[in-house]
Design a protein around this ligand. Sequence first.
Ligand code: ZN
Length: 346
Amino acid sequence: MKAIYFQEHGNLSNVEYGELPVPTIAADEILLAVKAAALNRLDLWVLEGWAGLNLEMPHVMGSDGAGVVAAVGEGVHDFVVGDRVAVNPTLSCGKCEYCTSGRDNMCDHFAIFGEHVDGFMAEYTAVPARNLLKLPSNVSFAAAAAASLVYVTAWHSLIKRGGLQAGETVLVVGAGGGVNSASIQIAKLAGAGTIYVVGSNSEKCSLARALGADITINRGEKRWGNVIFKATARQGVDIVIDNVGAATYGMSLRALKKGGRLLTVGNSSGATFMVDNRYIFGKQLSIIGSTMGTRADYVKVMGMLFNGRLHPVIDSTIPLAEAKTALQRLQDGDIQGKLLLTFADN
Ligand code: ZN
């Protein structure tokens, strides 16, 4: 089968497009004929690698995929060959203390497709049947692949971990990335009050407004934390969702109201940085970490996609063979929404 993979960690020059064997499936798995795959910044971090990440090589990239069931393991009874399916990107054991209490994104054997196991930038991927949802005929493979990781991440952080209530003000730090677009839409659907977005350029700010942001601030603006503070009559906002980290964390704390919550869902600009602790205790802030989401969150957000309440933003679709060009665009950061890979008939 055709696949996008690497055999050694490194940069984009390590990414290869070529033939790999079709994966074999276990009794509880299905073989997915992938019809669409979406890119995430996670793909680039996994390519680079980190201490403790020990992958079997070659490693197939990609955390988001959707497609058609091409074969079923002997223990699978809920799906048949030909079913159109979406895939929950998070793998969990289903048995540990966390899984049995509905917190499966804390599973002792937590894994993500494309991060710990082979992903969806290939014509076929082995997927546990418990990760599948049947895809209604009115929802495209591209929409399902584009939606999975970002909506589940945004929902889990804003609603489950952040406890966003109707009427609360929200600041989303960043506008072009998939999780940011998803966060704006979910905040809007949850009935948030004013939604503020800090974006890196005017195109990204326009996109944010189209998705439901009320006030956008260009990140070129120095000290945008103060701008927010002034725009809220020196009150600040109830919730900030920040996946940028080092470059924005201080400003995000500054922009919060007394008693506010900072939802940290990643650190694309760096993981280690100084924090002015006076903001945290002085304003009695809560810093709440969140990553991915649970199976229940996945079912919830995909239901909202299926009934037309969520609309993933797709920047462009690119054939699998040109995935490297797409990864380069992702690295350069010049994107609005998701980059999708399409597959020739397989
Ligand atoms: Zn578990």
